[in-house]
Ligand binder design. Structure first.
Ligand code: ZN
Length: 241
């Protein structure tokens, strides 16, 4: 399986706390975490030509992971168009944390991606689908000591599956793990992962991202997106006049 980890890589340039937690950037950390015998990982970042997401790279990507926050607007619309076409043709996507406001997430959802937010609080994550491939190896519930609070209402279309629900100390609840299918492509959104928190070091969070990558991985990618006029397969018994 070929995975491309995309990170805008902007906080890393100004906030030492982020590279303390994730040396080389969140993209490098996630790629190294995912790399194994059956996963071949590459990274791509905003400041590379074409955001690192050329046709060649996307043609060779089964699953694209997306982390972005402060620079969503700097992703050119033509890159958003291109990624959307690849999802429709079968490429899987995993959106992490503030990826909910990326242009490509909002394009694929057709909604705002808006939510409520505030600074860190304790988060309790509940598994709502205990027999789903994404929750394999994950307990019914676990906590993160400090994660950015996201709260409902979340501006998304009704998910295909809501796999995790979170409660935050102070009262908010949030649909923290959701899936959708768009065309031939599968999508998984997972909420934890603020850049100044050690969330991606958590073994359950890592397992969920790995499981998510496997779940969205297509049987076949780059399927044709055509709308052809055809002739009948068999003689027509009662032709219309
Ligand atoms: Zn955040």
């Amino acid at each position: 399986m070929k995975v491309t980890v995309w990170n805008e890589n902007q906080h890393e340039k100004t906030e030492p706390r982020v590279t303390e937690l994730y040396p080389g950037g969140i993209h490098a950390y996630l790629a190294q975490m995912l790399q194994c015998d059956d996963i071949q990982c590459r990274t791509a970042t905003l400041d590379e030509p074409e955001c690192g997401l050329t046709e060649e790279v996307l043609n060779d990507t089964d699953v694209l992971i997306w982390w972005g926050h402060m620079a969503h607007a700097r992703v050119p619309d033509e890159i958003v168009d291109r990624v959307q076409q690849h999802v429709l043709a079968g490429m899987g996507m995993v959106f992490l944390h503030s990826g909910h406001h990326s242009k490509i997430f909002r394009r694929l959802m057709g909604t705002t991606g808006n939510l409520k937010w505030r600074e860190n609080a304790k988060e309790r994550i509940w598994t709502t689908c205990p027999n789903h491939p994404i929750t394999k190896g994950i307990p019914e519930t676990f906590t993160l000591d400090a994660e950015e609070v996201y709260g409902e209402p979340f501006g998304i279309p009704e998910p295909q599956e809501t796999i995790f629900i979170s409660w935050f100390d102070g009262g908010e609840v949030f649909r923290s793990g959701c899936t959708w299918t768009r065309g031939n492509g599968r999508i998984f959104y997972f909420q934890p992962g603020h850049e100044t928190n050690p969330t991606f070091h958590n073994p359950y969070v890592q397992q969920i991202i790995k499981n998510g990558v496997h779940w969205v991985c297509p049987v076949e990618k780059n399927l044709p997106l055509t709308c052809p006029r055809v002739t009948a397969l068999e003689p027509i018994s009662s032709p219309c006049k």
